[in-house]
Design a protein around this ligand. Structure first.
Ligand code: URA
Ligand code: SF4
Length: 205
């Protein structure tokens, strides 16, 4: 389905999420979501995200992988370990940061989420952003970039600066899996490290 087509399930989720008055209520509702039948049948659990009350920074990735599906937490596999290390190098403590994904369920075999799945699940994410109310949002990778700024832009066009976005500050970067793929001297790794330092400096202001 084209994400531009009206998806009644997307509208249902957005409505259900809007009715949630706190993050606990939203987490409970999302854990029962079966709007994507293929994902709901294959997942072990819904990975609602690390929500840290009062966190000034929110990081948004794409979808849980096998490790996250098992642990029930985002970014705990190899990519997550790299993210933790680069955050620590930049002076950011993950315990003080909320971490969410566009998709709450693992796509089977870690395939890329379809545009329709990603679009559908953002009803939960959009409400999580409202309830968390972070000052800064950092997106990692294509799926999260599309969520924030639409499909027609590219990372190269929007990286390296702060965007005013929904009354907050948005910074976009590469996904840690790209950093792993291209190695420590590759552009994604270097850029992600730079962007995390940039975010840390912005938060300190
Ligand atoms: N990749 C993501 O984008 N999110 C996770 O939680 C794990 C891997
Ligand atoms: Fe629901 Fe999102 Fe999971 Fe789809 S991916 S079933 S919309 S929680």
């Amino acid at each position: 389905m084209s994400p531009r087509a009206i998806d009644p399930l997307r509208a249902d989720i957005a409505e259900q999420a809007k009715r949630c008055e706190d993050l606990g209520e939203l987490g409970a509702a999302a854990r029962g979501c079966t709007a994507c039948p293929e994902l709901a049948a294959a997942r072990r659990q819904v990975v609602v995200g690390d929500v840290v009350a009062g966190a000034r920074l929110l990081i948004v990735g794409d979808a849980p992988g096998a490790n996250e599906d098992e642990a029930g937490r985002p970014f705990v596999g190899k990519g997550g370990q790299l993210l933790d290390r680069l955050m620590a190098d930049a002076g950011l403590d993950r315990a003080d940061v909320s971490v969410l994904n566009v998709l709450k369920c693992r796509p089977p075999s870690n395939r890329t989420p379809t545009r329709a799945e990603a679009h559908r699940c953002t009803g939960w994410l959009d409400r999580q952003v409202e309830l968390l109310d972070p000052h800064h949002v950092l997106t990692l990778g294509r799926t999260a970039l599309t969520w924030a700024l639409g499909a027609s832009t590219t990372l190269a066009a929007v990286r390296g600066r702060v965007h005013d976005w929904r009354g907050r500050k948005l910074i976009v970067s590469y996904h840690p899996s790209a950093a792993l793929r291209f190695g420590p001297r590759g552009e994604p790794h270097l850029a992600l490290a730079d962007d995390l330092r940039f975010v840390a400096a912005a938060l300190a202001c």
